[in-house]
Design a protein around this ligand. Structure first.
Ligand code: HEM
Length: 511
């Protein structure tokens, strides 16, 4: 009995050690042609062996094959899916992006992780409103002379934050908050440039697949939007109506959350794509084993778990956004106890849905306005979402441990990933509760913010270990098919295979 993997209608072939690739069109020779080449129908130049097919009957006379590494050959090969003849318009992008792109994406994600934590510190030290202008280019340099400092300080002295909260601030104190905000903005510029410039290089040098080139474009756009959102957020803290007596000058909690959300999305896109490239490279380096792995993951026993992990990533994101609202409203400064909030587990309904927050005569906006603008309700929302996230994670972990079917089907790496997520959520809940009980001290609040991205990363890593992207499956199937000389799989056939696989499990046929 031999196990036949999806998309391969006969036993998976063993890959030959010698790979050849056409010097001109990057196609690979047929098995018969390979035999002829093995007999030595070629010539040597610059230490590269070229195989001229002009003398081989039935071969394309324009082909010139050179020996290539198995990986390079396979990835190029797959890119040429369906385009067998010279003259057919072919994509110049490889099928798999290079590993260097993955490392750079992961480095960029680390940089975004850093700037999010630094941004949290900027907010917690109340430094965010110290620079009252947005100068994307000239703002890269801090004030250089005493006159420059005086000018910046004068602008700050005209802001609501100075007038109402810091009327006694000295120039020396101002410099401290200025450098925090300036550092945050500089880091933002660094994130943008260290992403966009290498992205252009990688695309121009065809180090990325075509779909990845579009994704890099999307992430670059998101970074630009993030910069604009940052300034839009700061502007909301400089508005004239904040001069009103009794008002508390701070940025809009909506804009703060939008800024945080865009950073999380950017981070997610970088981390996910970086991990996916590494995974695809691993799968393609040994396609037979890769297909086996993907087949194992496509098992119907894991279907619920896979979907739950996707749902969990969304839940963590929503919980984090509700945390952004808590931070934006300083809602962590009330009800500094856990699990109770005052006399019960929740404040009275009259307080949670207070008419004060409604702006419509008929009060139809009372629900959502309180949920997004009333500090008591916003804190309760965050507690409920956090508790749900916590419970879902522990339940999923229990499911992977105590369901014998899932336990057997889940790869070891995924089990480890699940355990990692359990540790992260325990830490995050402990940090959240401590932040609340101790009235939002800066180190705890910053650690809680970092913990939220760490938790999201844990869920994304877990997701990457259990997800079966169609593109990866197709890539691996085609590597195998090409290596065996069979016709490559098109997207339609691949989708049908994947569906059948998810419905019925691996196909087993006798050899
Ligand atoms: C379990 C998942 C949790 C996640 C993903 C999460 C996420 C977040 C995030 C992203 C923030 C915004 C931080 C900032 O912008 O500075 C935040 C703030 C906050 N969270 Fe959580 N949190 C979780 C659990 C908890 C728990 C259990 C509590 C306690 C009841 C809690 C209490 C707080 C408080 C008080 C703040 C405001 C801190 C500040 O003003 O900087 N969190 N949370």
């Amino acid at each position: 009995m031999a196990s036949v993997l999806p998309g391969i209608r006969r036993a998976a072939p063993k890959l030959s050690k010698d790979f050849f690739i056409c010097h001109r069109c990057r196609s690979t020779p047929s098995p018969t042609l390979r035999k002829v080449q093995a007999l030595g129908n070629g010539f040597r130049s610059n230490n590269v062996r070229f195989f001229n097919t002009a003398a081989v009957p039935g071969a394309n006379p324009n082909s010139v094959f050179t020996k290539a590494s198995p990986l390079a050959s396979l990835s190029q090969n797959i890119a040429q899916t369906g385009a067998k003849e010279h003259g057919v318009k072919q994509s110049s992008f490889p099928a798999t992006s290079s590993k260097s792109v993955a490392y750079w994406l992961l480095g960029s994600a680390a940089s975004v992780f850093g700037i999010v934590v630094f941004g949290g510190l900027t907010r917690l030290t109340e430094s965010g409103l110290s620079i009252t202008e947005w100068k994307p280019v000239t703002g890269s340099l801090p004030p250089m002379s005493a006159a420059d400092w005086e000018s910046e300080f004068t602008k700050y002295r005209a802001s609501p934050e100075f007038k109402l909260l810091n009327p006694h601030m000295t120039l020396e104190e101002f410099k401290k908050i200025y450098f925090m905000e300036w550092g945050h903005r500089l880091w933002g510029r660094f994130v943008g440039l260290s992403f966009v410039l290498p992205a252009i290089y990688f695309v121009a040098r065809r180090k990325v697949s075509k779909s990845m080139a579009f994704k890099l474009l999307g992430i670059s756009g998101l970074i630009g939007v993030q910069g604009a959102l940052g300034w839009w957020m700061v502007k909301s803290g400089l508005k004239d109506d904040l001069f009103a007596p009794g008002s508390h000058p701070r940025v809009s909690q909506y804009r703060l959350t939008a800024h945080l959300g865009a950073a999380f999305l950017c981070y997610t896109a970088m981390l996910w794509n970086g991990l996916s490239i590494l995974r695809d490279n691993r799968l393609v380096s040994n396609p037979a084993r890769g297909l086996e792995k993907l087949t194992q993951l496509s098992s119907p026993q894991l279907s619920f778990f896979r979907k739950s992990v996707a749902g969990l990533a969304l839940l963590v994101f929503i919980t984090a956004m509700s945390g952004g609202l808590v931070a934006g409203l300083d809602a962590g400064m009330i009800y500094n106890e856990f699990p109770r909030m005052g006399k019960g587990f929740a404040p009275p309904k009259s307080e949670l849905f207070d008419k004060f927050y409604s702006r419509k005569e008929d009060g139809s906006d009372i629900w959502w306005r309180n949920m997004l603008e009333n500090p008591s309700t916003v804190q309760l929302d965050h507690r409920i979402l956090a508790t749900t996230t916590f419970t879902v994670i522990l339940s999923l972990w229990a499911y992977t441990r105590y369901s014998s079917k899932v336990r057997a089907a889940l790869p070891k790496a995924a089990r480890k990933g699940m355990l990692g997520v359990v540790h992260l959520v325990l830490m995050q809940a402990a940090l959240g509760i401590s932040t609340l009980i101790y009235l939002v001290p800066i180190p705890l609040a910053a650690a809680h913010q970092a913990g939220s991205i760490a938790l999201l990363s844990g869920v994304l890593v877990l997701g990457n270990r259990v997800w079966v992207p169609r593109s990866s499956l197709r890539l691996v199937q085609n590597s195998l098919k090409q290596a065996s000389g069979a016709k490559p799989v098109g997207p339609k056939a691949m989708r049908a295979d994947l569906k059948a696989l998810q419905r019925n499990g691996p196909i087993v046929r006798s050899s």
